[in-house]
Design a protein around this ligand. Structure first.
Ligand code: ADQ
Length: 489
C-alpha cells in the first residue's frame, strides 16, 4: 500500500550554485531567451517530488544595466531561477581567478599556480577578497528570498564562504554544503594561504557532504590538523557545536538514458554508427577538455597499445569527444594543442588511406547522439587524474545493457569506489598498465563482461541522482532537528 502524503505543503529548497541551470541570450533591451541546460544537478532535483526547488546563481552573462537586469529577473522567475548579478571584474577575480585558477587545480592535486605561491602576492589577495565578496553577494540574494523553514543547499568550491555568510544573517537557517570535486589530503589543503578561513566558513553549515568517504575523511583531518578542532563520529566539533560531515555519492537519472535508447532517432543513429564502424571495436572517451581528465595520458596509452599489438591496428577505433571549457585560459589552450598534436602523430603513424585509429572531436554532443555513442561502445576509457565522481562512467553503464561493454576506470575518480568491482581499475599515470587494460578489455570473454556489467548496472540504476538529492536534504533536516534537541536538553 502506498503511504498517504501527510505533507500538503512541500518544503521549499533553495539550491545555490555558481551557475544557474539556464543559458540566457539577450534578444533586445528588455527581452531574453532562456534555455534550461539539463545537467546532472538539474535532473537530480527535477526528479525529487518531496520539495519545491528554486535556484539561485549567476546566469553566466554580464548585465550592467538596470532594464536588462529587471527583464532577466522576470524571465528567470518563470523557470524558478533567481539571478545573482556579478560584474566583469568580480567574475574575473572570483570565478576565473580564485575558483578556477586556485581552488580547482589544488583540489585535484595539481598544486597552486607558481606566481601565487606566496600569500603576500597581490593577485592572490585580491582574488581571495573578490571570492569573499562574491559569496557575500550570493548570500544577500539568498537572504532576500529566504522564508522560515526553507532548506538552503549550497554547491561546490565556488561557494565555500556562503555557509558562514548565511549563518551570520540568520543562525536558524538550515544550511547544507556539498562539494562536487575531491577534497584533497590535508597536506595539500594546508598549502593554501586562506586554508583556515575557508575551513571555518564551511564549518558554519549544518551538514557538509562529499562524494566519497575518503574526501569526507580528508576534510575532517584538515579541520583537526590545521584548525586543531575535534573530529567526532558525526563530523567536526567546535566549542560544543557539531558540523555533520558525511559521504553522499551522486548518481545519474539512469531511466532517462535507458528510455532514450528506445527513441527512433537514437536507434537510427545506433544503426548508422554500427555500419560506420563495422568490423572494428569501438573505444570511447567523453570528457570536458580539462587537465584533470587525463586525455593526453589516455591517448598515449592507446598509442602504446597499438605499438605492441599489431593485430588490433585495423580492428579498433578510439572516439574521443572532448568539449572545450575555459577556452580563454592559456593552460587550457595549451592542452588543446597538445592533444591535437598527439592525435595527429598517432593517426599519421597508424592510419591508412581509408581509416584512422583516433577520431577526436572538440565539441559537445547533444543528449541523443551521446546515448547512441555510449550504446555502440565496446570499451569506455575514463582516465581522470583526479575526479570528484565522474558521471560519464555511470552514463556509459546505463546505456550498455544490451552490449555489455567494458569500463576502464581511473582509480583516482570517485566512481572507482562504486563501480570498481565491475570496471578494470587503472592508474592513469601508468601508460603501460592502461595499455594492457585495453588489451584485457578487448579480449574479455562474454561471461566475464556480463558479470562485470551486471554489477555496475545494478549500482547505477539503484543509486540515482534523485535518491542522492533526497538523501542529502533529509539528512540535513534530521541533522538540524537533532542539534535543536541537543540544545534543549
Ligand atoms: P564534470 O567535471 O563536468 O563534473 P562529469 O561528472 O563526468 O564531470 O560530468 C560531465 C557531464 O558532461 C556528463 O553528464 C557528460 O555527459 C557531459 N559531457 C561531457 N563531455 C561531453 C560532450 N563532449 N558532449 C556532451 N556532453 C558531455 C563535476 C566533477 C565530477 C562530478 C560532477 C557531479 O568534476 O567529478 O562527477 O561534477 O558532481
Amino acid at each position: 500500500r502506498e503511504r498517504p502524503d501527510v505533507r500538503s505543503i512541500k518544503q521549499r529548497l533553495l539550491v545555490v550554485a555558481n551557475r544557474l541551470p539556464v543559458s540566457a541570450v539577450r534578444r533586445g533591451e528588455d527581452s531574453w531567451s532562456l534555455e534550461i541546460s539539463a545537467g546532472g544537478l538539474v535532473s537530480a532535483l527535477l526528479g525529487v517530488k518531496e520539495f519545491e526547488a528554486r535556484w539561485i546563481g549567476w546566469a553566466g552573462v554580464n548585465v550592467p544595466d538596470e532594464v536588462g537586469q529587471k527583464a532577466l529577473t522576470k524571465a528567470l522567475a518563470e523557470k524558478k531561477c533567481i539571478p545573482v548579478f556579478l560584474d566583469e571584474e568580480i567574475v574575473h577575480q572570483y570565478y576565473n581567478g580564485y575558483c578556477n585558477n586556485i581552488l580547482w587545480p589544488l583540489f585535484h592535486y595539481l598544486g597552486l599556480p607558481q606566481e601565487d605561491r606566496l600569500a603576500t602576492t597581490r593577485s592572490f589577495q585580491s582574488q581571495f577578497a573578490a571570492y569573499k565578496k562574491a559569496n557575500q553577494m550570493f548570500a544577500d540574494v539568498v537572504n532576500q528570498h529566504y522564508e522560515e523553514g526553507d532548506v538552503v543547499w549550497c554547491h561546490d568550491y565556488h561557494l565555500m564562504f556562503l555557509p558562514k555568510c548565511l549563518k551570520e544573517y540568520n543562525n536558524r537557517m538550515k544550511v547544507g554544503w556539498f562539494l562536487h570535486t575531491p577534497f584533497p589530503s590535508s597536506e595539500i589543503h594546508r598549502t593554501l594561504p586562506s586554508r583556515s578561513e575557508l575551513l571555518h566558513a564551511v564549518l558554519a553549515a549544518d551538514l557538509v557532504g562529499f562524494h566519497t568517504y575518503d574526501y569526507a575523511r580528508h576534510f575532517v583531518s584538515a579541520c583537526t590538523r590545521i584548525l586543531g578542532l575535534e573530529g567526532t563520529p558525526e563530523g567536526v566539533e567546535d566549542q560544543g557545536r557539531v558540523t555533520r560531515v558525511a559521504a553522499f555519492p551522486i548518481g545519474i537519472d539512469s531511466e532517462r538514458f535507458i528510455r532514450a535508447l528506445e527513441v527512433p532517432q537514437v536507434q537510427e543513429h545506433i544503426k548508422e554508427l554500427k555500419e560506420r564502424f563495422s568490423g572494428r571495436k569501438v573505444m570511447l572517451g567523453v570528457d570536458r577538455l580539462d587537465m584533470i581528465k587525463g586525455i593526453p595520458q589516455k591517448i598515449l596509452a592507446f598509442e602504446k597499445f597499438l605499438e605492441e599489438n599489431q593485430y588490433w591496428r585495423d580492428k579498433v577505433v578510439l572516439l574521443q569527444i572532448a568539449v572545450p571549457t575555459r577556452t580563454d585560459v592559456p593552460e587550457y589552450q595549451k592542452l588543446t594543442s597538445q592533444v591535437h598534436e598527439i592525435v595527429g602523430r598517432i593517426n599519421g603513424r597508424f592510419g591508412t588511406l581509408t581509416a584512422v585509429p583516433i577520431h577526436h572531436l572538440d565539441r559537445s554532443l547533444d543528449f541523443h547522439a551521446l546515448c547512441a555513442l555510449y550504446a555502440v561502445t565496446d570499451v569506455a576509457l575514463v582516465t581522470s587524474l583526479r575526479d570528484g565522481m565522474n558521471l560519464v562512467s555511470y552514463e556509459f553503464v546505463a546505456c550498455q545493457d544490451s552490449r555489455k561493454g567494458v569500463l576502464i576506470l581511473s582509480e583516482f575518480a570517485g566512481a572507482a569506489q562504486s563501480l570498481g568491482a565491475g570496471a578494470i581499475l587503472v592508474n592513469p599515470w601508468n601508460i603501460t598498465e592502461v595499455a594492457s587494460a585495453i588489451g584485457q578489455a578487448l579480449n574479455m570473454d562474454a561471461d566475464e563482461r556480463e558479470k562485470r556489467h551486471r554489477h555496475n548496472f545494478e549500482h547505477v540504476t539503484t543509486h540515482t541522482a534523485q535518491q542522492w538529492a533526497e538523501f542529502f536534504v533529509s539528512e540535513l533536516n534530521d541533522t538540524v532537528i537533532e542539534a535543536q534537541q541537543r540544545i534543549r536538553k
